[in-house]
Design a binder for this molecule. Sequence first.
Ligand code: DBV
Length: 247
Amino acid sequence: MTLYQPFLDYAISYMRSRLNLQPYPIPTGFESKSATVGKGKNQEEVVTTSYAFQTVKLRQIRAAHVQGGNSLQVLNFVIFPRLNYDLPFFGADLVTLPGGHLIALDMQPLFRDEPTYQAKYTDPILPIFHTHQQHLTWGGDFPEEARPFFSPAFLWTRPQETAVVETRVFAAFQDYLKAYLDFVEQAEPITDAQHLATIEQAQLRYLRYRAEKDPARGMFKRFYGAEWTEEYIHGFLFDLERKLTTV
Ligand code: DBV
């Protein structure tokens, strides 16, 4: 079973239909990684596959797809805009573990508490959020320190049923991605130096938080070792800092 393959296929083909997707380099050895985990009858192959693209407005569109049998499926899909746009991040963390499903879907804001920013990038999403939230109830506790990185339209849910993921979550994912590409289409480059500086700071704040707190770190370390994991996190999943210092 590969629960999130349809999400990935949909996202790539939908983006191709609206954007001029160019490849984004994936560091050698990180395109696909596999390991055998567990013992005896419980042995499972865990394969992590990476995908990455870029466009004129989007610095990095990347996905990590982890497939390890029925009770281990993850699709982490993030879009990082170029630093001369004030666009939010598209963030999807779709996670299935032995304990159940955990779904995080949002347009993650650069400036969480700025009214003009909210009016531009959150208010238009609220109708979509409310439509889906009726069927996808609030997932409960999540790290308080992560709050600044999510918008008021954050869909956060832990569905009991796989069917809910396949139907309701998939529908929400499609609607959020469409709305995001609408924002991208409308986005105009920022030229004001002061504004550009605050955007870079906000991107770095987000990136450092995600790289430091990556909830998948433990899992990846167990499967693939510490060295591979740190390189994957800093050299691919959350690579902005490296890209800035190596220009
Ligand atoms: N999460 C990632 C990447 C993953 C990934 C790159 C490639 O950022 C998977 C894999 N997320 C993943 C896994 C878990 C979570 C959990 C495997 C389960 C960890 C576990 O239970 O062992 C949203 N993801 C979570 C949680 C949240 C998110 C809130 C619960 C974490 C917890 O309870 O501590 N998305 C995640 C997040 C941000 C975001 C924290 C912060 C800005 O955008």
